[in-house]
Design a protein around this ligand. Structure first.
Ligand code: ADP
Length: 205
């Protein structure tokens, strides 16, 4: 049987990585031995190119193609083979991050950047079976992150507000795939909810 693909999405500082780590340590989840991964990928040619692009003034369209190349590599080398071998895969960020972030960064390049970026993925990406959206006010998320990145606090909040709106639109369009988590809750509450839902989902048929 094909494995299941679960993704964790949300703006920077929403707590995705914290939850990914908790899931990895959770004994009930470990029984199912899922593969934990992330985008951008780490230690790969494409993932390193993405990291370098993020740190520099790379053109936003070029950046999209680098992210998308990394997604293709991730699918080919890890996600698809794992799912075909019946393994469950849990990814910290995946395609919805591209739709939401590039949906904002490319707003002056295309009339409908979200559709454009989605179309770029169509026909070859693997749509997740379950996606957690860690939803939070950008003000709180930016506070949590401290001094990450180059933007001023105001620019960052304004940008993340737009990214958050697209994430919420994506979730509203596919309510069966998305589970929205109130990421302003305590880590314990969030961990409990996500663990319970993941276990339920992995064990379903
Ligand atoms: P992301 O991976 O979404 O960017 P992180 O998991 O790295 O976010 O979390 C960002 C910061 O917020 C970290 O310092 C983390 O310890 C803290 N954090 C994560 N979840 C919570 C929470 N539920 N409540 C308070 N702080 C949190």
């Amino acid at each position: 049987m094909r494995g299941k693909l679960i993704t964790l999405e949300g703006i920077d500082g929403s707590g995705k990585s914290t939850v990914a780590k908790k899931l990895q340590e959770n004994p009930d989840i470990r029984v199912f031995d899922p593969i934990f991964t992330r985008e951008p990928t780490r230690g790969t040619l494409t993932g390193t190119a993405v990291e370098n692009a993020i740190q520099s003034e790379t053109d936003q369209l070029a950046e999209l193609f680098l992210f998308t190349a990394d997604h293709a590599e991730h699918l080919a080398k890890l996600v698809k083979p794992a799912l075909e071998n019946g393994k469950n895969v849990i990814s910290d960020r995946y395609s919805d991050s591209r739709y939401a972030y590039q949906g904002v960064t490319l707003k002056n390049r295309f009339e409908n950047p979200l559709e454009w970026v989605k179309n770029l993925h169509s026909g070859w990406t693997v749509v997740p079976d379950l996606t957690f959206l860690f939803d939070i006010e950008p003000e709180i998320a930016v506070e949590r992150c401290g001094k990450r990145g180059e933007q001023t606090k105001f620019e960052k909040i304004e940008f993340l507000q737009k990214v958050r709106e697209i994430f919420l639109r994506l979730a509203a369009a596919e309510p069966d795939r998305f589970v929205i988590i109130d990421a302003s809750c305590s880590q314990e509450v969030i961990e409990k909810k996500v663990v319970q839902k993941v276990l339920e989902f992995i064990q379903k048929d």
